[in-house]
Unconditional design. Structure first.
Length: 324
């Protein structure tokens, strides 16, 4: 683990809030994923931002979302070796249906949200073969580079500015994906979720995505070229867990998913009214306990802070070499 000096002077710990799977899907589509604007799940985000003037959010947005169902629906095809890896095993949307540049009202709404970053969450959020949403899994560096370039070109065409980072769908990270991110000038990645491991300064991730990275501190990975952030808190986590992270001078990295009900698959951390109200309570408690000693920030802001203040030491680079 790096001994990163990542907190600004006067700050004891930090909080950031990120939301995955945001795309223009409406309640009349397979998923409401932000497309209903203020009257849908993004309205909960706007409500939290309004009630907590220090809060920042990062929306991880998919450039051309094509997933309709997170589960395999073509079950007979899924049984055929060779074939199953070469076809879509779930129904998908035609390319371009949810492409950001075709939804200017959605883009305008994202841009209107205060203190909100948009960052990348894959190109289509779906792939051929049994791992429906894990679109970067087993892809070569060249394939990942091309997919990210395509995603970025869609953000540009949509005139939607993006923060230089990504949460890869299904948390799947590889060294090839890391190099592809660097080649596309991305500087941070959030590819681990661990809401089970007990909080401790030396605790390492052991749940979804990248394992063996710090549970509560930003960390330099990919031979010094990317900053990694671990999600360590969600709807099912206790207030005590949040306080432990703050007391250990960590980054409380809270995750929500914009889709609560995906074809009957209920997300535990889907952003509904209940989760919104719980977060309201957690944020109020943190504000009351810690006041200005808490840095309400974003992954992009922490990354920029680290990259302007941190002079990489050889030791860091060696330690950071375990990029999964
Ligand atoms: Zn996702």
């Amino acid at each position: 683990m790096t001994a990163l000096n990542w907190l600004p002077p006067g700050k004891k710990a930090a909080v950031c809030f990120t939301i995955d799977d945001v795309h223009p899907g409406k309640s009349s589509d397979a998923y409401e994923a932000g497309g209903d604007l203020a009257s849908g799940a993004l309205g909960h985000v706007a409500w939290l931002l309004d009630r907590h003037p220090q809060l920042q959010t990062t929306l991880f947005v998919t450039a051309d979302w094509r997933e309709i169902n997170p589960a395999i629906t073509r079950r007979s095809l899924a049984k055929l070796p060779f074939i199953r890896d070469r076809v879509f095993l779930s129904d998908i949307l035609p390319a371009g249906t949810m492409r950001l540049d075709r939804h200017p009202g959605f883009v305008a709404y994202l841009k209107s949200l205060p203190r909100t970053d948009v960052a990348l969450h894959g190109l289509y959020h779906v792939r051929k073969g049994p791992h429906i949403a894990t679109e970067f899994l087993d892809r070569s560096r060249a394939e990942c580079t091309a997919m990210l370039a395509e995603a970025i070109s869609i953000f540009r065409k949509a005139d939607l500015p993006y923060a230089p980072g990504m949460c890869p769908p299904s948390w799947a990270f590889s060294s090839d994906l890391g190099e592809a991110m660097v080649a596309n000038d991305l500087t941070f990645v959030a590819s681990a979720r661990d809401i089970r491991t007990a909080i401790a300064p030396d605790a390492m991730t052991a749940m979804s995505g990248l394992r063996g990275v710090s549970l509560i501190y930003p960390e330099i990975i990919q031979q010094g070229k990317l900053i990694h952030f671990t999600t360590n808190f969600q709807a099912t986590s206790s207030l005590d867990r949040a306080i432990e992270i703050v007391e250990m001078n960590g980054l409380l990295a809270i995750k929500a998913h914009i889709i609560k009900n995906g074809c009957g698959h209920i997300a535990l951390d889907g952003l509904d009214e209940l989760y919104r109200n719980y977060l309201d309570l957690v944020f109020s408690e943190l504000e009351q306990r810690y006041g200005n000693s808490l840095w309400w920030t974003s992954m992009a802001e922490i990354t920029a802070h680290i990259n302007t203040t941190h002079q990489p030491q050889t030791e860091d680079l060696e330690l950071a070499a375990h990029d999964a």
